[in-house]
Design a protein around this ligand. Sequence first.
Ligand code: FFO
Ligand code: ATP
Length: 220
Amino acid sequence: MNADPRSEHPFGGYGEARAFRTKDAWRDTLSAARRAVPAATRAAEAEALTLILRELAGELAGATVCAYLPVRTEPGSIACLESLREAGVRVLLPVVVSVGPLDWAEFTGPQGLRRGPFGLREPASPRLGVEAIGRASLLLVPALAVDRAGVRLGRGGGYYDRSLPGAHRAATVAAVVRDEEHVDVPLPAEPHDMLMTSVLTPHGGLRRLPQAGDSASTFA
Ligand SMILES: Nc1nc2c(c(=O)[nH]1)N(C=O)[C@@H](CNc1ccc(C(=O)N[C@@H](CCC(=O)O)C(=O)O)cc1)CN2
Ligand SMILES: Nc1ncnc2c1ncn2[C@@H]1O[C@H](COP(=O)(O)OP(=O)(O)OP(=O)(O)O)[C@@H](O)[C@H]1O
């Protein structure tokens, strides 16, 4: 019997060759692994994230957080967003506008959402402009995986790479992934990839990535 849980994970063997996978190959593997996670596990992970965010919200009251509304198998839930909002955090959600940087609008509760592109939902509240990202002290960024150096793999639209240059330089920029998706092997990095300062996982909480540079960060 092999006691190492990573050996059972499709990208947890950490073989050398895996470092040379393309972004698309990683996306396929990671998406398939996400689809194989039982709904009950996903729900428990979302609940764990809600508890983490509820605790963090104490330090964040009055602050702005850029978050996302999970779709399909993405980590998180509306309850995660509500736990921030109910604690007095201003929660902004992305609004996809063409290929440009993301626009942002305030999350005012589940009733204030409408359908957006890619099967997403977005706030129906007024758009705040692409520069609203600069007011956030914490950014919760959807990702398929993030490596130890903060290289993030997203859906492949490049939206966050085009938007994150507008973030405050002291902001905490956290990829939100399942614990196994915080990977040891280096993910393929391109010059346009914006590095994450931190990672948020259901069982590991919010952690600063040691290799993520020394710019002062508010939370992790
Ligand atoms: N929840 C969430 N919101 C987000 C992102 C995200 O990754 N997740 N984005 C991150 O940039 C931006 C929007 N870009 C997105 C691009 C593709 C897909 C997506 O799920 N694509 C499907 C393909 C099916 C389809 O085209 O409808 C997929 O990858 O399975 C989601 C968001 C802003 N908002
Ligand atoms: N700053 C940028 N300026 C112009 N094009 C960009 C920029 N960043 C990314 N792109 C384009 O977007 C494409 C997708 O990039 P990438 O595969 O890194 O997306 P991603 O980070 O996984 O996606 P997302 O942020 O939407 O989840 C790239 O091929 C690149 O052409």
